[in-house]
Design a protein around this ligand. Sequence first.
Ligand SMILES: [Zn+2]
Length: 695
Amino acid sequence: MRIVGWIGLAVVILVSAVGVGQTSAGSAPLPDLNRFDASVVNHNLDPCVDFYKFVCSNWQAANPIPADQVTWGTTSNLLLWNETVLRNTMEDAAKPSPGRTTVPQKIGDYWAACMDEAGIEKTGLAPLQPELDQIRQMKNKSDIAGVLAQVHMKMPGSWERGSNQTLAPILGFSSTIDYDNAQLTVARVDQGGFAMNGRDFYLSDNAHLAEVRGKYAEYVQTVFTLAGESEAKAKADAATVLRIETAMAKAAMDSVSRRDPRKVNNVMNLQQVQALTPSFRWKDYLVAVSSPTPQHYIVSAPDFFKALETLLQGESLDNWKAYLSYWVIDRNARYLGKAFQEAYFDFWFKTMLGQKEDVPRWRRCVRWANRDLGEALGQAYVAKAFPPESKARAAKMIDSIQVAMGQDIQQVDWMAPGTKQKGQEKLHAVMDKVGYPDHWRDYSSVTIVRDGLVANVQSAAVFEYERQLNKIGKPVDRKEWGMTPPTINAYENPQNNTINFPAGILQPPFFDPATDDAVNYGAIGMVMGHELTHGFDDQGRKFDAQGNLKDWWTEQDAKAYEQRGECISDEYTGEVAELGVKTNGLLTQGEDTADNGGLRLAYMALEQSMREQGKSLDEKGADGLTGKQRFFVAHAYAWCRNLRPEVARVQITTDPHSLPQFRVNKVESNMPEFWQAFACKQGQPMVRTNACRVW
Ligand SMILES: [Zn+2]
């Protein structure tokens, strides 16, 4: 499943918190969560000048980024909390007990193998040797397709990359929902082949990005040296990898174009796919991965595959061997011994993101297990962290926000009645998913051993790869989840018209069963509104109620929409002087639109809820804030965050989500309800003239 509209806390996955102390098995103490706290507000500042600073500056000053973090925010303790729950679960499951059932065996032995650093050190590169031998033994370039298939199947997380390309060598192959018939699963052929996220890291003249590029070349060389190559050969091979990856980045479709579903919906049969890249033996690849025959293939970027032909012809077999070997080692380096781990950390975390130290081993193990066995681990998380009352209250909030969206669609003055009707149909067809799946994924075919981390990771990768391919030709399962239960994130999927909120984000500071509606609507209500709005952002609006890519807009309404969208993309485009990079409002337009609509919908739903309860939002509470003010402060509070400049640059360059300060100030400054709540005056920075509003 390709997730296109999420809330954008994914960057948090890369970070963590100060380590908890060493404790006995299964009982690591849970950290305190950051619950909403109005006393952090800096009343020396004017909320109408810089609202993000007004809410967050005290918190930011008191919470510097720990050395093993790249960002540090009010949600960071929640991540540590979630991961500690998983750690305790895994430690318990790892205790030898004769009657262990499938789930404890898988997660317990995964844990034991992952924490066995001495054993991992001893085996060196041996776990990857069979794959490396396969690559080395290729006789001519026609062997590449078959070997690539083996490499893809065993590569962890190759389906993971968001908007830029599949994170896998040469190309990406998976299943996808058909754009024209959302009931059908077909095959997807995607651009891939370059490891740094985003073409700009290969192609841009920007000094910061060029510096990262230089360090990347050094890293690739180090990988070859660690694998036993001489310095001269390692240097030459690194140059080869860089040359091939740069050529692929150049040929790749840019990430703004990839946001347009019409541009990536290129329907082809196998002959047509083959004709794009005659030198790549697709039949060998498809046989090797046991792909079911799809009704057709969707090729996201045909030009990439034409360029790939030139590259396959131009580079020697030895060069392709070097390139593929690098990918196998790099993508597995974290699961190998110390020297590989350190080299990997040094580039991908220190240089790329600015992280000073690695997170403790246990947190890495928890994250990999969450990726590889997420719905097995997630069961224990739900039992511990997500009671039925939380699920019921969250579901009720989502309902109220959907009601608000229905009113909003009726109220806007730029849509014709017929288009509004279609919008309402789409809204009523949205499926809400809250917390966790109805049925847990069965991992019994994944082999997990107690003494082989790489083997475990690869077994889980093969399982996932095959699971994805097995969907081809089958009906779409709208109830499937694309995120695991402990994930602090949420998403909308326009092709099956669902909005999804894992239990991991339905926790403080986003959702707190112990606090009032004003706070919950400002924090998690905005997230709910955000996901709902995605179905009606510049991408989502191109899909109909059934999830088909189908234009249901009149020409005039579409034009009116685009004008409003342009207001948003202009608002978010500009130099960020302190970082030396420029934001691209066309890359972030969908997310910014979802933020803009999301906060408004949450506010409308809050007002309605207050009316029903006979309460006023104008009354001051014990913290000195009115209900309206609490709503906006709670929204900002959930986004308070310190970021290292490196990670902020990566985000601006590659991520469709804007930086936290923009996700607060640029949204609030468009809302008359905000101006009124804080008595802001025309001319002040938080009062935007010609305010942008789509929904
Ligand atoms: Zn989003």
